[in-house]
Design a protein around this ligand. Structure first.
Ligand code: SF4
Length: 212
């Protein structure tokens, strides 16, 4: 079993290599590579879509408004950033540059594929029990390629890189909803985080049973 310090050191080494990655075109418009951060042996790993403006400037995942909403929903489940590891399917901001200004866009399938080796290395080191995919690009990459958020959100899937994966609405999508729709979407995120937390407890309990 990898010790916590070993896992942290391995992640730091890979993060250092990723800072110079030019495997896709996003390297030309990024300010910083947002590799990921958190508990190097977290039982719960959260995988979002990609960095936005604040993340691109700071080098940290989920630090803008969407990050604040994610933190709130984690806190309602008694979870802090120290408990989880957070990464994205692409490590550089996907954006359109118009009149010198950058506007976020979804990463392309080619960009996601180019960046996947970094994510796979993170998964192999952290070895989470449960992965929470935030948004459709993450769920399509890590659960199955035809993932339908409206039908399959909140369900558990057996996956090779963890015991289970589950998908939830991305906080940035939730923020784009108004009024009652916002409240309902936010509630689903809290519920899906709770389901992921309870699944971690269940998997750990099963593992203990097999030991005795
Ligand atoms: Fe490299 Fe990923 Fe950044 Fe593309 S998005 S340049 S693959 S780190």
């Amino acid at each position: 079993m990898i010790e916590v310090q070993d896992a942290a050191a391995q992640l730091a080494q890979i993060a250092a290599r990723a800072t110079t990655c030019t495997a896709c075109g996003l390297s030309q418009t990024r300010t910083t590579v947002v590799f990921g951060e958190g508990n190097p042996q977290a039982p719960l790993m959260i995988v979002g879509e990609g960095p936005g403006e604040r993340e691109d400037l700071t080098g940290r995942p989920f630090v803008g408004r969407a990050g604040a909403l994610l933190d709130e929903c984690l806190a309602e489940n008694g979870i802090t950033r120290r408990h989880v590891y957070i990464a994205n399917v692409v490590k550089c901001r996907a954006c359109i540059v118009e009149n010198g200004r950058k506007r976020n866009r979804a990463p392309t399938l080619q960009e996601i594929a180019a960046c996947n080796p970094w994510l796979q290395q993170q998964l192999a080191i952290v070895k989470p029990l449960v992965v929470l995919c935030l948004g459709a690009p993450s769920a399509s990459l890590l659960i199955h390629k035809n993932f339908r958020m409206t039908q399959e959100r909140g369900k558990f899937f057996e996956v090779p890189y963890a015991r289970y994966a589950i998908a939830a609405l991305h906080p940035a999508y939730i923020l784009r909803q108004g009024g009652q729709a916002f409240l309902e979407a936010r509630k689903t995120l809290v519920q899906d985080i709770e389901a992921a937390r309870l699944k971690v407890i269940e998997v750990r309990r099963e593992a203990r049973k097999t030991l005795f």
